[in-house]
Design a protein. Structure first.
Lengths: 271, 986, 168
């Protein structure tokens, strides 16, 4: 299990990186933490012609608060975000979800933006971003900011076009209650189902990962005890739950119903 | 003191002592096979493997691979057949097993070609350039399905898939069963799993025309396989030198399965005239190294009203995979002597069938046969309790063997034990009553909390003759008897008086060197640190027999016995040398504190006596030198099968009684083990720390088997568990607490009194947990048959119907339902073009080329057939495939069937799609499609959880492009593909 | 500078405190660079897809799967491996010694990676509770021990290191 051959370059700036992406066409890949990409490269599932290492780009390793959001630039490792002392106050959902992303050893290398770019249907970080209505800051020849719901277009598919990369992602700092839960076969595995609840006043938003190709969102203006089970059952059945090696469609729907209720209650408790 | 007995106490010193193995392992100084130096000119091998479960191998084109710089050679099955013969097996059956496929492949991962190159990287580059043409055949993947008359046949020479079918009767099982007041049955499908050592297989092979083969491999034995290797390599045994490295990264039986790869690499080395090295990667290991057997069992007991089992009737169908590979069908026969487990049952019927399926061949795996047997037997005792309204512990107690030695119905001799006392101690010291109280409380709160039990006999030190029970008495008479379990050990003293011991147990991390050093040090009065134990194995230099190796928990009972005998002989010789200087009576001598002493005499340093045979042989008394002693020992009780098929299949028999309390998590349906108590009687405990290590390690493997792991296949034979993400080995989070209890009834048949201990929990724990889960579910489900692993998905299905889909929401969609491998789905798209226009695009190679992403060179060799080179993929995962599409059932311009087949380096795919074109009232066309796709090879093995979505995505892409071409979605379709597909897919 | 696939390029790392320079193709994994090129074979390779943790090393002080890292990515970095843990040849660190006392290893194949993660843990969290140890350990697969003795060893090592620190 060894990679096929490719060129490698350490980009010194984002302009250099985007210029390289443009010049190389579709077969160049951005290498950040590499925790998903390198495994696929080792298996030769991905065969880039060029890897552009962006981890030495200056000023990209530290998140910052900007316009009511936590902006995480592309060189920021997951561990660095998790270690931020104010994270639980700023983006509680992210603080709850990050410990579920892989393991200590992968979070020390993996980046927040890399996880969003990889767009795995089970990944926690895109789910949190979707639940909070966050945005993806894209840089190509020009810069554009895309809501995450538009950015994630399918399983491992994004709105990035050739020559573009993710410069940063921004997590809105909300005041409402937030709660995250997931179930995977083992701790640290891909989630069979992950759920994130955001409540503000009577309104409830639930984001579900691991079921559809992209995070699924459902908003309820209000959801009282008499409605919640039906509402969650309705949501569960509306999703595209599938059976695979690890779980049945039925289990996934059960997890949506049960974990969904669990996180809504928890989010309300801390609202 | 007669040989074979000892007054040596359990090694208290050793219990407290540190393992001599550890400093090197902790410091990065260990020497595993991939750490050893390579001979000059060594070539690195990579293996091309079949993506198909069953296919004819039509052609292999290696030209492009051979032309790659850095590639030395590429060998296919025809080339290897020049230097190797098929692998021998223990049953006579018309199956030819070669190390490289020649004309047919029979399981995913079967080796098809080998590349030898300057590095593994280059070798893998060349793999991508080999072009193989296959013609898929229908596969058979289930043991019972393989028996059906219409099942695809793997081996034409045999004509069916049944490799062996034997029936046994001990006592009068038919009559007793007929008379029994109750008959209780269970039906079990035991899955495939593997203990997956952290170090994969490794082989370094070379060939010299004069010396023969030299193979260094992390093989673990049994060395009966040496004979299989020599035959396959077409040399006499003395032209096959087999060595093992100083360290091995775990085995648990699994590294027995490296032997076909040893033949393969040795054959390549011979063809190449160069040393060849191969280090297996994890994908190869999970896909195609080896597996425990899957087994379908129907087990019936005739029972009286008190729960006493009067007769047992086993019907076992063993799935050994695509070939019967030595030593199979040993998994089925290892337990033959103890098929009644811990129970005193006089009447026993057994039918054993061995079938072949399109899966990886099976072999040794921790527990070897025990998990399969005890899962059925202990589910049965639980069911007896449930059906008769008895306490499950009472049913176990009522049937336990109570006097020792005990001869079982099928011929085993249980050497020692006190099962009733062990049971009572476990319940008392394990606080069973407290667990029952905890359960009552939990149930009162509405929680699903269950308690399970298991009593098992753990056999160890296999009788090398047990496998011959698969032959009829007449066949055995013709073949000659096989029996025993020779162990060999050599002890020597060097000119400085230092002691070196050579053991035959090929340790894989269990600490054999430490235990052997402690034993020898005790006998010779030395410090264990002064004794060097060499575990590297070399068939050219060491004393060994076919029984050598690391399996059937033979170390403590057998290998160590040989060490003890050799050491005693050396001590006797040393005593004879020392006696004249110490009063004349060898029996009065004491070996202690690095000296030999006798009352009233000044002690003589051990080294002085020990070195005398080197320096002053002329001064020795009659009786000669004390330089080197080799003991070869086989236990008497291991006779060949008798004419009534009775077999003492193992030398010693430990006992385990386990109970546990589990709860079903109300949020996730996951099984949580609250408490697990395991009582062991493994005879005399030689090293408490290492016994605990064996028990905990076996328990962890068993947790994996019970709750997490399965070497899963799709119905079409695609392998689905190719990574450690898809084969979920438990981590520290998943292993529950374990309480270990011991009772010691020393074995009278082993020199040390010890019995094996490393495998028992692999036999007891999966069924103990299953019994607990069944008990937890019982209030909602009643009796249920359970299949491992007990995943939340399986439990969800048992726990009751799911809440119905709401009428108000969209109808539940017919979505791709994989279970991995086989994927079905449907979609719909509306376009502005007329049905005829859409039809014309579908039938036109040039237009197809334009709409299939990445398609090149679309040709139409026949009116109903297209071929193309296509790049398919999802996101960054892309691969080049050769695609063939056949059109059938054409009714222009309304409907067609498209049958597609794709093959590339990442795997294979097959798809049948039905397309219907319906004119829309306002003009335009609705394109509706359904598909049934099968994906195999690497993408199926490593991407299982993404396959459904990927298939849907790729097929959707095609129809999206078709729609776009026909004037449907125009701009920016790629960017909006996800959203579009969701609209289109209903 | 673009490092081309077909060539080998100079890579310098500070391996266990010593600067070493060797050549690597861009695609060479750090695990192979350490083991094959630099002959530092204490780091083991168990899965090459980032799950088993056997190949874990510290890169600039943080744990990393060396199988998911390119040698060229580590150019200019500090890399610490199991060979650097012992205070001197023939001696063991407090953590290594605790592993030996608790039988926290059997075959020892996964051990180097686990030691690196645990060494890092104790350096940053000198008094981890069992849950924290389990959390960090869950990034590693071990098939021999059942993990329990490893947790006991790390717990004891932490206590001993604390005691020594307090004493000093």
């Amino acid at each position: 299990m060894k990679p096929a051959a490719f060129d490698y370059i350490r980009a010194r700036s984002l302009d250099e990186a985007t210029a390289l992406l443009r010049a190389e066409g579709g077969d160049a890949r951005i290498l950040a933490g590499g925790q998903s990409l390198m495994a696929m490269i080792n298996m030769r599932l991905v065969r880039p012609t060029l890897l552009i290492d962006v981890m030495q780009v200056p000023d990209a390793a530290t998140p910052r608060l900007e316009g009511g959001a936590l902006v995480v630039p592309l060189g920021t490792r997951q561990a660095a975000v998790l270690a931020r002392p104010t994270l639980a106050a700023e983006v509680p959902l992210l603080a709850q979800a990050l410990p579920w992303v892989g393991h200590v050893q992968t979070r020390a290398r993996g980046t927040v933006c890399g996880s969003v770019a990889h767009a795995d249907p089970s990944a926690e970080i895109p789910l949190v971003l979707a639940a909070l209505g966050g945005a993806v800051h894209i840089r190509g020849r020009k810069r554009r900011i895309v809501p995450v719901a538009e950015f994630l277009t399918g399983m491992m598919q994004t709105a990035l076009t050739d020559g573009e990369l993710i410069e940063a992602v921004s997590f809105p700092c909300h005041t409402g209650g937030q709660a995250f839960a997931e179930y995977g076969r083992r701790h640290g595995d891909f989630a069979l189902v992950a759920v994130a609840a955001v409540v503000s006043g009577p309104a409830v938003r639930l984001a579900v990962g691991g079921v559809n190709d992209t995070p699924a969102l459902r908003d309820w203006p209000a959801l009282d005890e008499a409605q919640i089970d039906d509402a969650l059952n309705d949501l569960a059945w509306s999703l595209e739950a599938r059976t695979d090696l690890h779980a049945t469609a039925r289990l996934r729907r059960d997890l949506v119903r049960r974990l969904g209720r669990h996180v809504i209650e928890r989010a309300r408790a801390c609202a | 003191m007669p040989e074979g007995e000892t007054d040596v106490a359990p090694f208290d010193k050793a219990s407290a002592s540190l393992r001599v193995e550890d400093p090197a392992l902790l410091s990065g100084r260990a020497r595993f096979i991939d750490d050893l130096p390579e001979p000059a000119g060594t070539l690195h091998a990579a293996i091309l493997r079949s993506p198909h479960a069953h296919a004819d191998l039509l052609s292999i084109d290696t030209r492009r691979a051979v032309a790659l710089p850095g590639v030395f050679a590429v060998y296919d099955g025809q080339a290897l057949a020049q230097v190797t013969d098929p692998l021998l097996v223990g049953v006579k059956v018309a199956v030819e097993a070669r190390v490289l496929a020649t004309d047919r492949v029979r399981y995913v991962g079967e080796p098809v070609a080998v590349v030898l190159a300057q590095s593994r990287y280059l070798a893998e580059d060349a793999l991508d350039l080999i072009e193989v043409r296959y013609r898929p055949r229908p596969p058979v993947t289930g043991a019972m399905a393989a028996l059906e008359a219409t099942a695809p046949v793997l081996h034409d020479g045999l004509g069916h898939n049944l490799a062996s079918d034997r029936r046994f009767a001990y006592g009068d099982p038919v009559a007793v069963m007929a008379r029994a007041p109750h008959r209780v049955s269970v039906q079990i499908d035991y899955p495939r799993n593997s203990c997956t050592p952290m170090e994969t297989y490794g082989v370094l092979a070379s060939h010299d025309p004069d010396e023969g083969f030299d193979i260094l491999a992390n093989f673990q034995g049994p060395f009966s396989i040496h004979a299989v290797l020599a035959r396959a390599l077409k040399v006499a045994g003395n032209r096959l030198r087999l060595r093992t490295p100083p360290h091995s990264g775990g085995s648990f039986g699994v590294k027995q399965g490296v032997f076909p790869s040893m033949v393969l690499m040795a054959g390549c080395a011979r063809l190449a005239g160069r040393p060849v090295k191969w280090i297996e990667d994890r994908l190869e290991h999970l896909t195609a190294s080896v597996s425990a057997t899957a087994r379908s069992t129907t087990l019936t007991a005739g029972v009286d009203a008190d729960g006493r089992i009067l007769a047992l009737d086993w019907d076992q169908v063993e799935d050994v995979g695509a070939y019967v590979r030595a030593p199979e069908p040993a998994t089925l026969y290892r337990m033959h002597g103890n098929m009644c487990g811990a129970y005193d049952i006089a009447h026993l019927a057994i039918r054993n069938r061995v079938v072949m399926t399109n899966k990886t061949p099976t072999g040794l795996n921790r527990g070897f046969g025990g998990p399969q047997v005890y899962f059925a037997l202990e589910r049965l005792t639980a069911r007896i309790a449930q059906e008769l309204g008895l306490d499950p512990v009472a049913v176990i107690r009522r049937n336990l063997v109570s006097a020792f030695p005990y001869r079982t119905a099928s011929g085993a001799v249980y050497d020692s034990g006190d099962y009733h006392r062990a049971l009572d101690l476990a319940l008392a010291d394990g606080r069973y009553d407290a667990l029952r109280a905890q359960q009552a409380q939990a149930r009162a709160e509405g929680r699903l909390f269950g308690i399970g039990h298991a009593a098992v006999v753990e056999p160890s030190v296999s009788n090398m003759g047990y496998l011959s029970t698969v032959l009829t008495p007449q066949e055995r008479a013709k073949a000659g008897p096989k029996n025993g379990a020779q162990s060999a050990a050599t002890i020597s003293v060097d000119p400085t008086g230092a002691v070196t011991v050579q053991i035959d147990s090929v340790p894989q991390g269990q600490g054999h060197q430490s235990v052997a050093a402690a034993l020898v040090a005790d006998l010779l009065g030395l410090d264990p640190a002064q004794v060097r134990v060499v575990a590297e194995f070399d068939t050219a230099k060491d004393a060994w027999s076919i029984a050598a190796g690391n399996y059937s928990s033979r170390f403590a009972a057998a290998s160590l016995g040989a060490v003890q005998l050799a050491t005693q002989r050396l001590r006797d010789r040393l005593a004879a040398i020392a006696a004249p200087m110490l009063g004349g009576d060898p029996a009065a001598l004491r070996f202690a504190d690095g000296a030999i002493s006798a009352p009233g005499h000044k002690p003589i340093p051990f080294a002085r006596v020990a070195s005398a045979s080197h320096w002053a042989p002329g001064t020795l008394p009659a009786g000669g030198a004390a330089i080197r002693e080799t003991a070869i020992w086989t236990p008497d009780p291991l006779a060949a099968p008798d004419e009534q098929d009775g077999i003492n299949s193992s030398l010693c028999h430990g006992f385990i009684f386990d109970f546990c309390g589990v709860e079903i998590d109300p949020l996730t349906h996951a099984v949580k083990v609250h408490r697990y108590v395991s009582m062991h009687d493994c005879g005399r405990i030689l090293h408490a720390g290492m016994v605990e290590g064996q028990v905990r390690g076996g328990f962890a493997h068993a947790i994996g088997a019970a709750l997490y792991e399965e070497l899963a296949y799709a119905p079409d034979g695609a392998f689905l568990a190719g990574t450690f993400a898809d084969y979920p080995v438990p981590t520290a989070h998943e292993i529950p607490p374990l309480e270990i209890l011991h009772l010691e009834t020393p074995s009278p048949v082993t020199p040390t009194g010890a019995k094996g201990v490393g495998e028992g929990n692999c036999m007891s724990t999966p069924v103990c947990i299953a019994n607990a889960v069944a008990d937890a579910l019982a209030p909602v489900t009643g009796w249920v048959e359970l299949t491992l692993p007990l995943t939340p998905a399986r439990i969800a299905d048992l726990i009751g119907p799911e809440p119905a889909a709401p009428r108000t929401s969209a109808v539940p969609r017919a979505l791709p339902q994989g279970g991995g491998g086989g994927l079905t789905g449907q979609g719909r798209a509306r376009v502005q073009a007329s049905p005829q226009q859409v039809w014309d695009i579908l039938m036109d190679p040039d237009q197809l080329a334009a709409i299939i992403p990445g398609a090149q060179g679309v040709t139409r060799p026949a009116p109903d057939r297209f071929t193309a080179e296509v790049i398919l993929g999802v996101g960054p995962v892309k691969g080049r495939y050769t695609v063939e599409v056949a059109l059938s059932d054409l009714s222009p311009p309304q409907s067609a069937v498209l049958s597609g087949r794709a093959l590339g380096a990442l795997g294979s795919g097959e798809r049948v799609g039905h397309v219907t074109l319906t004119p829309l009232p306002g003009g335009g066309t609705e394109i509706a499609y359904t598909y049934d796709a099968r994906i195999g090879g690497k993408v199926a093995a490593v991407g299982g959880r993404l396959l459904d979505g990927a298939a849907r995505m790729i097929i959707g892409q095609f129809f999206a492009a078709l729609g776009r071409r026909a004037g449907g979605q125009r701009a920016g379709w790629l960017a909006r593909l996800g959203a579009w597909l969701r609209e289109a897919t209903e | 500078m673009r490092l081309t696939a077909a060539q080998r390029h100079k890579v310098s790392i500070t391996l266990n405190g010593q600067t070493v320079t060797a050549e690597a193709e861009p695609r060479l994994l750090l695990s192979d660079f350490l083991r094959q090129t630099l002959a530092a074979r204490g780091t083991h390779v168990g899965c090459e897809h980032g799950v088993c943790g056997a190949c874990t090393v510290l890169i600039d002080g943080a744990p990393a799967r060396s199988c998911l890292t390119l040698a060229v990515q580590a150019d200019g970095c500090r890399v610490d491996t199991v060979e650097g843990l012992a205070p001197a040849t023939g001696r063991l660190s407090a953590l290594q010694a605790a592993f030996q006392r608790h039988h926290a290893l059997q075959c020892g194949f996964c051990t180097p990676g686990i030691l690196m993660s645990m060494d890092h843990l104790l350096a940053h969290d000198p008094t981890p509770d069992e849950a924290r140890i389990r959390e960090v350990l869950s990034g590693h697969l071990c098939r021999c021990t059942g993990y329990h003795p490893i947790i006991a060893a790390v717990t004891e090592a932490a206590a001993r290191i604390q005691a020594e620190t307090n004493h000093a």
